[in-house]
Ligand binder design. Structure first.
Ligand SMILES: *Cc1c(COP(=O)(O)O)cnc(C)c1O
Length: 362
């Protein structure tokens, strides 16, 4: 059996020890004589698992007690609708900062439910930077300010948390647990699990108590945060296996030094790759250096034909899924928490060989 280095943007690699534990517990979870998949979501054992998962999150991310931790289904994209449906009830205005494809999609979705203003956008610069805060416009009486700290497709990340006087909503799908965030600076943090939290199927929502109130009148119960809060994330059958996997990922993170340790490792991995790209005249990264993503490193080669060749030859070195998103082309190496530094070193080794073979030898 061999394990590949999977550079996909999501679903992404999982820590090997997590997969081994899941395999070992597959037929008999904690003496139940059943897989965790077969256990009732309302059984005491599963409720304990949910509570333990919330405790781990609270501890690792230092989530204050006035925030609810919800496990929902429907992916991050359901939150694109759920956020405006729940927050725009009393006042129909919100501001969106557009720094890439994901914030743009969230903004388009929100427009169905209220008066949405674009605070600033860098689409005219092909999303290679973040608009300077001095250019941001804010709407009077906006109910919230929405942004995407890490734009997965363009490889653009901003570390500054907006301070705009209204609750900040952040789509952290591709950066949660990758570095430290002060949760108290946010109104809502949400993240689908398939990048840094586990597997596809569950979406984590961390929401300040006072932001949970009556949604717009037509909101389906499944999209009403109150239903999920009141039923402790068991309003409908919860995505049980995905929650179990998240629990294993969080336990592993805790055992390996928590967010501080993984954030150092992430910085080291990304720095190695950016440094190599910068000293090369063959590989290029166009993102403003102060906003380069630690999680998704995008880069280009001199021609599209070479990029195709790169992807095909990388696979022969067990380096998979380096193709950039189809909307932007190019290449992308996603370096989430579970990507070992050995994966980055193997990629650099291959990149050197590829450059020697196809680069201009000046
Ligand atoms: C991957 C991703 C999404 C989409 O997540 P789904 O679970 O497929 O809806 C949304 N936002 C960001 C920032 C992402 O990286």
């Amino acid at each position: 059996m061999k394990r590949m280095f999977n550079f996909a943007a999501g679903p992404a690699m999982l820590p090997e020890v997590v997969l081994k534990t899941a395999a070992a517990e597959m037929l008999d979870w904690h003496g139940s004589g059943m897989s965790v998949m077969e256990v009732s979501h309302r059984s005491p054992a599963f409720i304990e698992l949910i509570e333990q998962t919330q405790c781990l999150l609270r501890e690792l991310m230092q989530i204050p007690s006035n925030y609810q931790i919800l496990f929902l289904s429907g992916g991050a994209r359901s939150q694109f609708a759920m956020v405006p449906m729940n927050l725009l009830a009393e006042n129909n205005k919100a501001d969106y900062l557009i720094t890439g494809s994901w914030s743009k999609l969230a903004c388009e979705e929100a427009k169905k439910y209220g008066e949405i203003a674009i605070s600033a956008s860098v689409e005219h610069e092909n999303f290679t930077t973040v608009p300077s805060q001095t250019t941001w416009k804010t709407t009077k009486q906006a109910r919230y300010f929405y942004y995407t700290p890490n734009e997965t497709i363009h490889g653009v990340e901003m570390s500054l948390v907006p301070e705009v006087g209204v609750p900040v909503v952040a789509d952290m799908t591709s950066c949660i647990l990758s570095r430290e965030f002060s949760v108290e600076k946010f109104g809502i943090i949400f993240a689908a699990a398939q990048k840094n939290l586990g597997q596809a199927g569950v979406t984590l929502v961390i929401i300040r108590d006072d932001l949970i109130s009556k949604p717009l009148p037509f909101t389906p119960s499944m999209f009403d945060y109150r239903c999920h809060r009141d039923s402790h994330s068991l309003y409908n059958t919860a995505p049980t296996y995905a929650i179990y996997m998240m629990n294993l990922v969080l336990q592993n993170l805790k055992n390996t030094g928590g967010i501080a340790a993984v954030s150092d490792a992430n910085r080291e991995k990304a720095t190695l790759l950016y440094h190599f790209i910068d000293q090369s005249d063959f590989y290029h990264n166009k993102v403003d250096p102060q906003y380069r993503s630690m999680m998704n490193v995008t880069f280009r080669l001199p021609t599209v034909a070479l990029e195709k060749k790169f992807i095909a030859e990388a696979a022969t070195y067990d380096l998979l899924n380096l193709k950039g998103h189809s909307s932007v082309g190019g290449l992308r190496a996603s370096l989430y928490n579970a990507m070992p530094i050995a994966g980055v070193k193997a990629l650099l080794h291959f990149m050197k060989i590829f450059q020697e073979q196809y680069g201009n030898k000046q």
